[in-house]
Design a protein around this ligand. Structure first.
Ligand code: GAR
Length: 191
């Protein structure tokens, strides 16, 4: 199975994926919408091809997603793993990769979809939150859930503490999900 990882920022989850020996050989490509993001350096350090783009340079979402599609086809990518990719996937990519795009979200979906999920949980006074891996559909963090893990929120936790706890969990949780996916060659993860 050939994977592309999409990311927009630091890429600590991308790092956790490539640190997993069973996953690393499957990662063909990194797609990043912020050319200055640290994830680009991480990919380069590991000699993994990177496609960076700036959405502003394209007329619309369909145009940049067509450019991404071209890259995915070039590397014969079967499956897309979103790891901190901060853009909604549009119909251009979804149609071609139906049931073949997964996402990691820092909340127990369906609670707190969208941006700032960790802050949303704090603002709501929750005692626990967590992380979710799910299939991507046309909605914002709405696709079928694959797996979830819980994280307790202590009274003294602020955004920084809770973000650190979430990341710690994610770095084990997401590689496990992706490993299962590879083992099953994408089957059993269908809707
Ligand atoms: C992760 O916490 C991931 O759950 C979140 O972005 C972070 C990326 O961190 N994703 C979303 O919020 C998607 N809506 P990283 O760049 O260090 O992997």
């Amino acid at each position: 199975m050939k994977l592309a990882v999409f990311a927009s920022g630091n890429g600590s989850n991308f790092q956790a994926l490539i640190d997993e020996a069973t996953i690393r050989p499957h990662i063909e490509l990194v797609v990043c919408d912020r050319p200055e993001a640290y994830v680009v350096k991480r990919a380069e350090q590991h000699a993994i091809p990177v496609f960076t783009f700036s959405a502003k340079a394209f007329a619309n979402k369909a145009a940049y997603e067509n450019a991404i599609l071209h890259e995915l086809e070039k590397y014969a990518v079967d499956f897309v793993v979103l790891a901190g990719y901060m853009r909604l996937i549009g119909p251009t990519l979804l149609t071609k990769f139906l049931n073949r795009i997964i996402n990691l979200h820092p909340s127990l979906l369906p609670k707190f979809p969208g941006k700032d999920a960790i802050q949303q949980a704090l603002d709501a006074g929750e005692r626990e939150t967590g992380v979710t891996a799910h299939f991507v559909d046309e909605g914002m963090d709405t696709g079928p859930v694959i797996d979830q893990a819980r994280v307790l929120i202590k009274k003294e936790d602020g955004l920084e503490e809770l973000t650190a706890k979430i990341h710690q969990i994610e770095h084990h949780f997401y590689p496990n999900v992706v490993k299962q996916l590879i083992l099953k060659q994408g089957e059993g993860f269908e809707k």
